[in-house]
Design a protein around this ligand. Structure first.
Ligand code: FAD
Length: 561
């Protein structure tokens, strides 16, 4: 039974020197009663972020023995897969956001609208900054203690330090970004429609450049093209002939994480649609008027005038995470590393989910080699058939990533991979085994930074917390994995349900489990139904469906409010 929440005590302290006021939320944790009637302190779980992983964690969390506090600068959950549709008005921004206050009330959690600016793992504290400078009597900063920290802050757009990108390009990560793009596109058309402009000036203003041929860049280009063809032609007929969309990609192909058939279809379709697709083209700088690219083959640098640039080339760690990584000895890494139970490596009581972290594969490979060593008992350096079979079973059971990789390579199991390395030998040496696995190591990519992974991780971790006490005495999983440094739970296991790439004009490419590829109008209907079902509430679901219907009947709204 949980006691009603004790009122929060905010201690006022003065920062030395600056005379700034700093609030410290070192309030005593709430209390709960054990089965035998003893009063114990509730552990305080602080969750950073209200995105895919944070929201999924919170909605599945169900253990009254913890006091949950959420800190996020955004008091809503954003359904990012429909964000490109907001940029042209197919869907309204409010239709894809879910306020988190409702969930907080339902679950009895507390929420603070603020950004965590520093994590102090040695003192189990976070330093936060509120958005509203009037809310804390002159100061915007405060501290918060935690017993357990769940980092779900996502990532920021990666500019690769390309000069001028931060200043001149648009990003597509937040609801505000999508609304800014929508306004900016309409403004370009209004500006290009002004009298006394030369043809060259109109062409420049209506040149839309998208950088990055990943799913987001491709989907945005397709949405923009639909808008130009279906709506602009009617609204701005005089300037329509001057519009141009250029999609720049540094690699050889767009959508290179998808099946080759999808890549080829998308490239052909874009060419047919008149989208200027330039692959092997790396952006080296952006100024207020021009974008410069370096061609990979010739090394030639070309500059072109543009009206608007949208940058979508992947993600990087947020500053607060970079600083945290320095503190815990992960400064050399690109992304925060966790183990398979999503615990941050080198840090106590801190978990990380979603785009902000990655499961350390090096550790996985070391573990796999150790499993081999254990089966061999360090004796002969070789495994017989029986030992080998049990090793393969262990590895696949414990490391779904290995299984996933093998499936992608169309190898039925790890035995096939090893067979290809070992030829017809009946015994397998440790060296051959390691050699074969190094192929897995180098080629097996980290889990993709997607909403699918983030929400599954949030759900997994919440379920671990829900059964924390039960598993204390009765750990899960096979006995052989319960050694030192292991967790009492089964490791996180990702299940891939497939991916979509909308290509415009009611056509979508779908790559589904079982190597099933479908492209065209039928997949578009599948896309509509999957995304409508994945929206987190009936409210957002009905709003999005009515937006789609409105767009079919009346077209898109072209006002720049
Ligand atoms: P996010 O969802 O980004 O959430 C991060 C949260 O942390 C936010 O609430 C943010 O406000 C908060 N935060 C940030 N900084 C701090 C801080 N310092 N302190 C506290 N809180 C902080 N994935 C798919 O699977 N399918 C798709 O179709 C798809 N389409 C996409 C389209 C677009 C345009 C984009 C941008 C992404 C898309 N993704 C898609 C990827 C998916 O959105 C991300 O992988 C997912 O959002 C990652 O979840 P997350 O919880 O790690 O981060």
């Amino acid at each position: 039974k949980a006691y009603p929440s004790a009122s929060k005590l905010l201690l006022l302290s003065t920062c030395s020197g600056g005379g700034l006021l700093m609030y410290s939320d070192s309030s005593p944790s709430k209390r709960t009663l054990t089965a035998d009637g003893q009063e114990i302190k509730k552990k305080k779980v602080v969750v950073l972020g209200s995105g895919w992983s944070g929201y999924s964690f919170l909605s599945h969390f169900n253990n009254p023995n913890y006091d949950v506090q959420v800190v996020s600068p955004r008091n809503f959950f954003l359904f990012t897969p429909l964000l490109p549709s907001v940029t042209n008005g197919t869907v309204e921004a409010r239709s894809i956001v879910e306020p988190i206050r409702g969930l907080m009330r339902k679950k009895g959690f507390e929420y603070t609208e603020a950004e965590c600016v520093k994590i102090d793992p040695s003192n189990k504290k976070i330093h936060c900054k509120s958005k509203d400078s009037t809310s804390l009597k002159g100061t915007t900063e405060f501290d918060m203690d935690y017993d357990i920290l769940v980092i779900a802050v996502g990532a920021k757009p990666n500019t690769f330090n390309t000069p001028g990108v931060e200043e001149h390009a648009h990003f597509l990560k937040e609801a505000d970004d999508a609304l800014k793009i929508r306004r900016s596109v309409i403004n370009c058309f209004e500006r290009a429609s002004l009298p006394d402009l030369t043809e060259e000036e109109r062409k420049k203003i209506l040149h839309f450049v998208v950088v990055g041929g990943g799913p987001t860049g491709v989907e945005f280009s397709a949405e923009l093209h639909d808008f130009l063809v279906e709506d602009v032609a009617k609204i701005y007929p005089k300037v329509q002939e001057f519009t141009r969309i250029t999609l720049l990609e540094a690699g050889d192909h767009i959508l290179n994480m998808f099946d080759k058939r999808i890549t080829a279809f998308a490239e052909e379709k874009f060419q047919r649609d008149g989208i200027d697709l330039k692959t092997k083209s790396m952006v080296v700088g952006v100024t207020a008027d021009e974008i410069s690219t370096k061609e990979r083959g010739s090394g030639e640098v070309v500059s072109e005038p543009y009206g608007m640039v949208v940058w979508s080339t992947g993600i990087g760690s947020r500053p607060v995470i970079k600083d945290f990584m320095q503190q815990i000895g992960q400064g050399q890494r690109r992304v925060l590393a966790t183990d398979e139970w999503l615990r941050v490596e080198g840090c106590d009581s801190v978990y990380a989910l979603g785009d902000t972290a990655t499961i350390n594969q090096r550790r996985v490979m070391e573990d796999i080699a150790a499993i081999f060593g254990k089966a061999d008992k360090g004796e002969t350096g070789t495994l017989n058939k029986k030992e080998f079979k049990s090793v393969v079973k262990d590895i696949c059971q414990r490391y779904p990533q290995v299984e996933l990789y093998l499936k992608k390579k169309k190898l039925r199991n790890i035995a096939n991979l090893l067979k290809s390395a070992n030829g017809d030998n009946t015994e397998l040496s440790i060296e051959t085994f390691k050699q074969a696995l190094s192929e897995v190591d180098t080629q097996m990519k980290n889990l993709p930074a997607t909403a699918q992974v983030a929400s599954q991780q949030g759900k997994y971790l919440a379920k671990c917390f829900n059964k924390m006490e039960k598993c204390e005495n009765k750990p899960e999983g096979p006995l052989r994995f319960r050694g030192e440094g292991r967790h009492r739970f089964q490791p996180f296991r990702y299940r891939h349900f497939g991916s979509f790439a909308p290509l415009g004009r009611e056509q979508t490419a779908a790559e589904l489990p079982g190597d099933w590829v479908s492209i065209g109008h039928s997949s578009q209907w599948l896309w509509y139904s999957v995304y409508a079902s994945k929206l987190v509430s009936w409210r957002t679901r009905s709003l999005v469906v009515s937006d789609w219907v409105r767009r079919f009947i009346f077209g898109r709204d072209s006002s720049s409010i």
